[in-house]
Each structure stands twice: as structure tokens, then as C-alpha cells.
Design a protein around this ligand. Structure first.
Ligand code: SF4
Length: 340
């Protein structure tokens, strides 16, 4: 038997004893699984829990999500990052309303036609919520499989991922595919840890894991090196007047699309309003492909006039209405001291 053929039984027994208690697992409707999986992309479980709860309280059904005003949706997502996930979630909710009569489709191929749903999420929804025997293969699963089978191929290559997906399709238990996928997720998240730190002594596969037995597990998975991130120096203006701060909306496409921000541009950028600008704070934010190194200046504006489409926001509006990305969190305390 191959390592993969040996895996399901010990893995499922381990999962029975060690499954993480997660709110979306207690009531795994297609909508719950979908929202949780989208939130969990690029984001740790601990960071998602409160967002998930708030999101479902505000938008308990696909229909509610489809009808949600944009600013409310962005406010619910504020701080989670990768905002295109929220936009695609809503786009897909509208597709579900229009094309599937408001019911999430159960088939993997149909799920793949919805915005923002790739093969991992389609696999997770169809297996966990609908019991379809489809694997859900993400970076965690690739890591586990590469170690288990001592596979030294580059796991960032699509054909390698497709090959592993095919191999898992052959061994996924037909009666409980959702449990198998969730067990793989939990094993990757809690035992077969990334960055050379697998806890093999706690692993149900340790007896037959090739990477563990040969001592190569720590060096797996093999991944092509990532490109260095581009660094952008930016100037941010925190413009105040009468207890309000100036905001503008980012363009509808691209990085942080449609979110609100304190006016900022690549350095150098002269102050866009009348008033004396004093250095207030520096901040850094890391995106997937770039880093912003920001210098913020505080300005007391001499007049109320602002460039077109900018607006003044008070404390309540900042809290309830306008979603600002966490890139600007380093300046929140300065703004909080000056807005009412
Ligand atoms: Fe990962 Fe170690 Fe388990 Fe192999 S035995 S799957 S390397 S934790």
C-alpha cells in the first residue's frame, strides 16, 4: 500500500479525537462553509472567529449577502484584508440568486463557476456541506502530502498540485469525504506544521510517513523562491478640521479597491490643502507583492474646501460607516485623539 492509501483510517481516528471546535463546523450549511473558507484564505483561524460571527449575524443568508450595501459589506470585512474576497463573495451570492434560485449548487463543477470560488473552496463546500467525494487541496494539504510521500517536486507548480489532487481523489473515503478533508486541514494546521517544524511524534501517520522515516520532512515542501516585494515610499496626510478628518475613496479597481483612506500618494507629495503639515508618525504595511513604507503628516486645514469627492468624517462615521484598510492602523490613535 502507498502512504496515501494507508492514510484515511488512522487520520480519521485521530480526527475523531482531535478535531478543532470551530463555529462553522457545528452547523455546516453550504453558506457557512463557504463564508468560513473564504475568510480563512490567507488568514489565521483565530483572526477569523469574531469576523465570522459578526458577518453571519448581519448577513445570515445568501440573499442577505446579495442585497448588502457596499459600505456595510466593507465595514464587516474591515481589518480582515484581501478585500476582493468580500467583493467576490457578494458577486457570487448574486450569481447564486440569479442562476441557482438562491440555493448554493452542490456540484464541484457548478461551484467553480461562481466568483471567487477556486478548486480548494469548491472542494471544501461540495465535500463538507454536500458529502461529495472531492478533495480540498491548499498549501497545508500539499505540505502534508509532500512530506508523507517524500515528494520533492515544486509544490507551487499547477501540474504538481493537479497530480496530488488526482491522487487524493482516489483515496478520499466515499462515505465521509468532508471529515477527511477537515482532518487534513487540522493535521496541517496543528501537527504537520510549516517552516520545518512538523510534530511527527503527535502524528497519526508517523509509522508510515516517508518524509518522517527518512528525515526529509523538515525540508519539505519544495517551493520556488518568491519574488522580492516592491517597496513604495508613501506620504499620508491626516487632515483635520472641526473634529473631523478628511477621507477619500480608493479607485474601484486594484489594490484595496473602493475602500476609504486618509489621502496618500507615493513620496514626494506636497500637502493637498492649505495648512501647516507636521510629521506625525511612520508606518509600514505588507501586501502580497509590495510594501508601503509610510510617513504621515498631521494638518489642521485652514478652510473646509477639499478636493472633489473627498469628505469630512467624524468619529461616529469612522466607526460605523467608512471602512478603512488596516494599512492605516498605525495612524488610528492620532486620528482618534483629534476627531469627535
Ligand atoms: Fe507531517 Fe511528520 Fe505527520 Fe509526516 S509524520 S505527515 S512529516 S507530522
Amino acid at each position: 500500500m502507498t502512504q496515501l492509501e494507508q492514510l484515511p483510517l488512522p487520520l480519521l481516528l485521530w480526527y475523531h479525537e482531535n478535531a478543532r471546535t470551530l463555529p462553522w463546523r457545528s452547523d455546516p450549511t453550504p453558506y457557512h462553509v463557504w463564508v468560513s473558507e473564504i475568510m480563512l484564505q490567507q488568514t489565521r483561524v483565530a483572526a477569523v472567529l469574531d469576523y465570522y460571527k459578526r458577518f453571519l449575524e448581519a448577513l445570515p443568508t445568501v440573499a442577505d449577502l446579495a442585497a448588502c450595501p457596499e459600505d456595510k459589506l466593507m465595514k464587516l470585512w474591515q481589518g480582515l484584508g484581501y478585500y476582493s474576497r468580500a467583493r467576490n463573495l457578494q458577486k457570487a451570492a448574486r450569481q447564486v440568486m440569479e442562476r441557482f434560485g438562491g440555493e448554493m449548487p452542490s456540484r464541484y463543477e457548478e461551484l467553480l463557476t461562481l466568483s471567487g470560488i477556486g478548486d480548494y473552496t469548491a472542494g471544501a463546500i461540495s465535500s463538507i456541506a454536500f458529502g461529495q467525494p472531492v478533495p480540498a487541496v491548499d498549501g497545508n494539504v500539499l505540505r502534508v502530502v509532500s512530506r508523507l510521500t517524500d515528494d520533492h517536486r515544486d509544490m507551487t507548480r499547477p501540474e504538481v498540485k493537479a497530480d496530488i489532487r488526482d491522487a487524493l481523489t482516489k483515496i478520499i473515503p466515499r462515505d465521509i469525504p468532508g471529515a477527511f478533508n477537515q482532518a487534513m486541514m487540522d493535521l496541517g494546521a496543528t501537527v504537520c506544521l510549516p517552516n520545518g517544524a512538523p510534530l511527527c511524534e503527535k502524528c497519526p501517520a508517523a509509522d508510515f510517513c516517508a518524509g518522517c522515516l527518512t528525515g526529509t520532512a523538515r525540508d519539505l515542501p519544495v517551493k520556488a523562491p518568491k519574488k522580492a516585494r516592491k517597496i513604495e515610499e508613501r506620504v499620508v496626510y491626516l487632515i483635520f478640521r472641526d473634529g473631523k478628518v478628511a477621507l477619500r475613496r480608493r479607485p474601484a479597481r486594484g489594490l484595496l479597491a473602493g475602500l476609504w483612506e486618509y489621502p496618500n500618494e507615493p513620496a514626494p507629495w506636497p500637502c493637498p490643502v492649505e495648512g501647516k503639515a507636521d510629521f506625525a508618525a511612520a508606518g509600514k504595511h505588507i501586501f502580497t507583492h509590495k510594501e508601503w513604507h509610510m510617513k504621515a503628516y498631521a494638518v489642521e486645514a485652514e478652510t473646509e474646501a477639499l478636493p472633489q469627492d473627498w469628505l469630512w468624517a467624524g468619529g461616529e462615521e469612522l466607526a460605523d460607516t467608512y471602512a478603512l484598510p488596516s494599512a492605516f492602523a498605525p495612524f488610528a490613535h492620532i486620528v482618534a485623539q483629534r476627531v469627535k
